[in-house]
Design a protein around this ligand. Structure first.
Ligand SMILES: *Cc1c(COP(=O)(O)O)cnc(C)c1O
Length: 373
């Protein structure tokens, strides 16, 4: 661990931008001919830092970016070159339309009021305004209901003023490859596209890419897979891990068999043990549900987290390490390639997405690679 810079924080989060860019390239390489690969960088690039992630992906060749909120798009605009398109999944809230134009954000229009407001601004500005139109094909979350979409596209001037970049929808269960909803959504999306001939289509998230060429259309929108989350349930992950989290040891102690540990004494040593207190807790997004369930790692050995995770600390049973191997100031791996976001999520009873987006703001962060000049 000699490559570790000294940190004053409780942990070091390393973010491998080279692995991230490799993941983007390998997803792109899977696409049907003619399809482009965007990058979803909402929620601060799933917690990894949109201001570093998006420019690295731009340098790798990505030109289409998606955020959730208008303010995320406004923050992203200055860190990306002018030819990068920034799309806002939620579209503008009423009154934010001009902000979108000012910052050259392309909204996803999800409802008839959003369509009408965008058209109203186009009239005011006497311009065609770019947008993506979302039609709901099964999620029942965002996008026009199918009958609204039919009604809108039935009249010739239904989309007047809008330079439609893509017709878009979103998959419900793409990570479950044999789920019947996938095929149903594909059929509905194809039916929707038939009503807007010549308009490009965008359906697939990360997992949707792995459903095959039929799902790729003109633009795919991976997020999680870029950051190393496994895209297909029950199959080996073809993507590279992007994060490593190393927590700093505050103290070690010897305890006798029968000693109980931490809040509420949820763990009791069955043998004479050595334990280490690490400066990472649930306030850092290291979820409390990992209490007595998570593992730390050192020298290839898995070490159980024992007792309840506290706000700022957790406790690791280091008895299986040689005496003296770990002391104050040393680092234990809390997320590494062999204990990655999906493995941690499984132990915590959640999904890799939530592990990533919970990553703490208190960690020292180190970015590796990314092709910066
Ligand atoms: C978040 C999101 C994505 C990215 O999904 P992943 O599963 O992370 O690849 C794509 N499209 C929409 C509409 C989203 O909300």
């Amino acid at each position: 661990m000699t490559d570790i810079p000294p940190i004053k924080a409780g942990a070091l989060l390393s973010i491998d931008l080279d692995a991230l860019c490799d993941n983007w390239r390998s997803l792109r390489a899977r696409l049907a001919a003619g399809a482009d690969c965007a990058a979803v960088v909402k929620a601060d690039a799933y917690g990894l830092g949109a201001d570093r992630v998006a420019p690295a992906l731009y340098r790798a060749g990505c030109r289409d970016f998606f955020v959730a909120h208008v303010n995320e798009g406004i923050a992203l605009r200055p860190v990306l070159p002018a030819d990068a398109a920034i799309h806002v999944l939620h579209g503008p809230h009423p009154g934010d339309e001009r902000e979108c134009v000012r910052h050259r954000l392309v909204p996803v229009l999800n409802s008839l009021p959003q369509v009408q407001a965008w058209q109203g601004l186009a009239r005011d500005l006497d311009a065609m305004l770019p947008a993506i139109l979302q039609v709901d094909t099964g999620m029942a979350r965002l996008g026009l209901a199918f009958d609204e979409f039919e009604h809108l596209t039935a009249s010739p001037d239904g989309l007047q003023g809008i330079a439609l970049k893509f017709l878009m929808s979103h998959l419900v269960s793409a990570e479950a490859q044999d789920c019947a909803v996938n095929g149903l959504q594909l059929e509905r999306f194809q039916a929707a596209r038939a009503r807007l001939p010549g308009v490009r289509g965008s359906l697939a998230n990360s997992s949707g890419i792995f459903l095959g060429d039929a799902y790729h259309f003109d633009l795919v929108r991976p997020g999680a897979a870029l950051y190393g989350v496994a895209p297909v349930a029950g199959q080996p992950n073809p993507l590279r891990p992007v994060i490593r989290l190393q927590g700093k040891v505050l103290q070690t102690r010897r305890i006798a068999a029968g000693t109980a540990v931490g809040y509420s004494h949820t763990w009791t040593a069955a043998r004479p043990s050595r334990i280490a207190t690490v400066a990472v807790g649930y306030a850092d997004g290291y979820l409390r549900s990992l209490s007595n369930a998570g593992v730390a790692r050192c020298d290839g050995i898995s070490l159980p987290l024992v007792g309840n995770i506290s706000m700022d600390t957790l406790i690791v049973d280091i008895t299986d390490l040689p005496e003296g191997r770990i002391g104050e100031g040393d680092l234990l791996d809390l997320a590494d390639p062999l204990n990655g976001v999906d493995a941690i999520a499984a132990r915590a009873g959640t999904i890799g997405y939530e592990i990533l987006t919970s990553l703490g703001q208190r960690y020292a962060r180190r970015y590796i690679g990314g092709g910066e000049g």
